[in-house]
Design a protein. Sequence first.
Length: 405
Amino acid sequence: MSTASTESLQHKSLETDLKNVILQIQKFRQQNFSGELVVESLNKQTCFAFVFRLGRLIWLGSNSDPVSYWKRHLAKQENPIPVEWIENISNPHTPQQSSLRLADLMVEDTLTRQELTNISIGVATEVFFDLIQFSKSTEDKFDLRLFSYEPQKSDEDDEDGTATKSTLFLPLLETDPILKTAVRNWQEWQTNFNTAFSPNLFPVVQKTDLIASLPADSHEKTMLSTIDGTKTMRDLAAEHQYPLPELAKSILFFLKSGSIGLSRTAVPSRSIESRAPKIIKKGITVACIDDSPLVYQTLSQILTAHGYDCYGVQEPLKIMPQLIKNRPDFIFLDLLMPIINGYEVCAQIRKTPSLKHIPVVILTGKDGLVDRMRSKMVGSTDFLSKPVSAETVLKILEKHITVRS
């Protein structure tokens, strides 16, 4: 199958933000651009790759669980696609080779052109959504790399307007409508969930009581009963043909109740509750104050696995009433929250007679000397950098907490 030359005629690299990445993609249509666009986080851990021909999109992917994008949408087809094929078409580090393998699915009549078009649009919508969410949740800039090449004669349109050879097989997708859908999906998501609450997280059942109490014939119970730690929220929504935002709302409800946890990676199919060893209860309650449900869930898994009781407070205006009502023995307090920050909360705790002697450890993504000094000035007990680990959490608890007699 004839393809565009792999020899790079132009290689441009620059540091930019999400807005300029989208503007660059929109310009490709006017320029009839053919080539590859690689958008990578500055720490090199997250990567999005796109392949264009004649200004239109023919392939894209991300290194965040890349196989799942295509696997999820290919699963809708009557004829199953072998996993090894999906791996060959989904590698973001070899975008052109992956696009060629994708075209082979049509060459061999595995997929029709319309089927591949629908699948590619579904994948593209999810990848653009994840690009937007990554940018909004990290406020990070990107390293943008552009590799352009001139299409060979066989890649251009025939006189009658029909594409030949390789472009005959790969649908040419207009990016504007896909981007608009992705932005609309993101806006809807953002109105209901925390920015870092990703649909690519893996729900894990921790306690079955609340889920078991749901009506036996309810769609929600049927869906939640299939949670096994190996499927993301997107996977579950696709499997049950259920709107993703509605599924996420259910997950969030059970997350706050402690019935469900979230993991960044797949975990063994048994629930955490069934795998966990029997723990001797310490009689110590830890309050976790952070506007991110994911941070609370991470702390909750660590604490409950080692015998601590814990509860979370995500809404800033409810922090002090909750602490006074449910007096904890130890407090983890996020530094950066909307409405009120960790410094102000810590100062209020130290002015409240029933709370002023409780150890307060400030959590922050920054680890600067100024932050540490200011935390001490408002009465914090210690300072812990995010992301947290079980080792650091348990060490700081053992350092400061006084066990009830």
